[in-house]
Design a protein around this ligand. Structure first.
Ligand code: AGP
Length: 609
């Protein structure tokens, strides 16, 4: 999950490589670097630990000449600590060849040992550094041939950018398993990990496919397969606008995106529930196929996985279909039972998560129809799926997913409704009532957001705790998991989500006056059970923050703090309770001085396994 940019053309490469790279910083930001070729084919490399601003500072102190071609990289470390020397680009021993790499070379150690036996000197602890050394070992004057021979030796995943001082006007790119696009300009061409990086320069793109190599000069782009066969490029025109992501007055993108949620859901419902008519355009499956569905399988990672867990409760409740939910990284290795009667839903905000992509390919290979629920238009998962349901939540910059999650939840309610309608498992009246309830959700979000300052006070009053538990039951057990993930990933406080009924089977041993316990307990058929859990925690001096239904007077006796959400149908409560959970995490992280938008060790999309 690193970000790669490459340029070859008539303009000065440096500003283009740096500005484009900044748009990919969400993919990783523990170090960055650039490599250039100047008129005299000298190869310059500048790289630095930390964010791109550190690299810019370095270049200010060590300027580089005008260069027509170059590559740049922002890193999320897989092998080797974040450091100057482990930053990309990497070069061969003679500094003739430079590369940037996104992915993991699984057999790098054996390749490195073999090259070291031949006298190669390695300077970094990375897997990627073997690549330029290998290319140099095969190079006999034909850069493309040397790259192809190198690729033949690599096991694992890579999106690659390669330049060489012996070929100053050339940039070579190749991919397997990690995203890479080619931008077609006027007298200039680009490579990048993602479309937003180059939209300022061109909308004409080629989505490089696994097993393809691109050879770029300023006047041409040619494609071939790894075995050298020419490939006719398919040039797409990017239609969507990547709105220049600005904070628009918010201190962090995450807070902005929390506030965008009512508008995102409004827009989604106006597209998909217009005049209470369900529209799942993109699903790409006939009602007949849906009727014959015997099982739903949902795979995803992280927050998207939690949305899938809520989806299970909703689909089973409304459509009376068995639903299995698994993390993508587990699903893909357990020889899963999937067939043509399985409705396979792969959920991914970025559409680039390596494990989810691999799980979708595994399901497809077993005969299932793969439906992707994605936010990023044109992402790898979107392009590979049989059907695609876009959430259209807009670009999500904050690494902690918020608006994409609520949009994924809403999508699951709509899918469940569709399945229930097709299978006649609910009455037309119940269907209409549910649609009416869903249409009210955005306005209920706006009501909760009005309570933000109260939530901020409660968050700050509890920000000193060194450990949090999040408890929920039934549809809000996944909400507890999501609340814990939100908090831990941006505040670095250890936080665990549990099914509340599980407390007495061990976790209750953790409870004492040094713990904060967030209890998600809106009015529901499990309200009394959840209230008992709260009493058990209070009896052991645990500090309870309750999320409750507005007007619930009883709950105050079982909690130290109460955050209220408006009443909604029990099944819809996950849509509402997540808002206070997001704000609790946000305000605690801010109070602790954390980098909310770019938390340490994380990245916005995990394109490595
Ligand atoms: C969520 O806040 C995290 N940033 C992370 O768990 C994320 O949900 C996960 O990596 C999946 O990403 P995706 O939806 O892009 O596949």
């Amino acid at each position: 999950m690193c970000g790669i940019v490459g340029y070859v053309g008539n303009k000065d490469a440096l500003p283009i490589l740096l500005e484009s790279l900044k748009k990919l910083e969400y993919r990783g930001y523990d170090s960055s670097g650039v490599a250039f070729l100047d008129h005299d084919a000298h190869l310059f490399v500048r790289k630095s630990k930390g964010k791109i601003r550190n690299l810019e500072e370095l270049i200010r102190t060590q300027p580089v000449p005008f260069a027509h071609a170059g590559i740049s990289h922002t890193r999320w470390a897989t092998h080797g600590l974040p450091s100057d020397i482990n930053a990309h680009p990497h070069t061969d021993s003679k500094h003739h060849i430079a590369i940037v790499h996104n992915g993991i070379i699984e057999n790098y150690q054996e390749l490195r040992d073999a090259l070291k036996k031949k006298g190669d000197k390695f300077v970094s602890a990375t897997d990627s550094e073997v690549i330029p050394h290998l290319i140099a070992s095969f190079y006999k004057g034909d850069l493309l041939a040397a790259v192809r021979q190198t690729i033949a030796k690599l096991k694992g995943t890579f999106a690659l950018g390669v330049i060489s001082r012996n070929h100053p006007g050339m940039l070579i790119a190749a991919r397997v398993g990690s995203p890479l696009i080619i931008g077609i300009g006027e007298k200039e061409n680009f490579i990048a990990s993602d479309v937003p990086a180059i939209l300022d320069y061109t909308r004409r793109v080629i989505y490089l496919k696994d097993g393809q190599i691109a050879i770029l000069t300023k006047d041409s782009v040619e494609l071939c397969s790894f075995d050298g066969k020419k490939v006719k490029p398919k040039i797409d025109t990017v239609s969507f606008n990547v709105i220049a992501a600005r904070k628009e007055g918010y201190p962090y993108f995450m807070l902005k995106e929390i506030h965008e949620q009512p508008a995102v859901l409004d827009q989604m419902l106006s597209l998909r529930l217009k005049n209470k008519k369900l529209n799942l355009e993109g699903l790409g499956l006939s009602e007949d196929i849906l009727k014959r569905t015997r099982k739903v399988m949902i795979v995803a990672c992280g927050t998207a996985y939690h949305a899938g867990l809520v989806g299970k409760y909703i689909i089973e409740n409304l459509a009376r279909l068995p639903v299995e939910v698994d993390t993508s990284s587990e699903f893909r290795y357990r020889n899963p039972i999937v067939d043509k009667h399985t409705l396979f839903l792969a959920v991914s905000q970025s559409g680039e998560t390596a494990d989810t992509l691999a799980a979708a390919r595994e399901a497809k290979a077993k005969g299932a129809k793969v439906i992707a629920i994605c936010n990023v238009v044109g992402s790898s998962l979107a392009r590979e799926a049989d059907g695609i349901l876009y959430t259209y939540a807009g670009q999500e910059i904050g690494v902690a997913s918020t608006k994409a999650y609520s949009a994924q939840l809403m999508m699951f309610y709509l899918i469940a409704l569709k399945l229930a309608q097709v299978r006649k498992s609910i009455t037309p009246k119940a269907s209409k009532d549910l649609m009416g309830q869903l249409l009210r959700i955005p306005s209920l979000y706006r009501e909760i957001l009005k309570d933000m300052h109260n939530i901020q006070k409660i968050a700050e009053a509890n920000s000193h705790f060194g450990c949090f538990l999040f408890l929920g039951r039934h549809v809000n057990y996944p909400s507890a998991l999501e609340g814990a993930l939100k908090l831990k990933e941006i505040s670095y406080i250890p936080a665990e989500g549990y099914a509340a009924g599980e407390m007495k089977h061990g976790p209750i041993a953790l409870i004492d006056e040094y713990r904060a316990v967030v209890c998600i307990n809106p009015k529901s058929h499990v309200y009394e059970k959840m209230s008992s859990n709260m009493q058990e925690i209070r009896a052991r001096k645990g500090n309870v923050i309750a999320i409750a239904t507005r007007g619930d007077r009883e709950i105050k006796s079982n909690a130290d703090f109460v955050i209220e959400v408006p009443s909604s149908g029990e099944l819809l409560s996950p849509l509402l309770v997540v808002l206070p959970l997001q704000m609790l995490a946000y305000f605690i992280a801010v109070k602790r001085g954390c980098d909310v938008d770019q938390p340490r060790n994380l990245a916005k999309s995990v394109t490595v396994e």
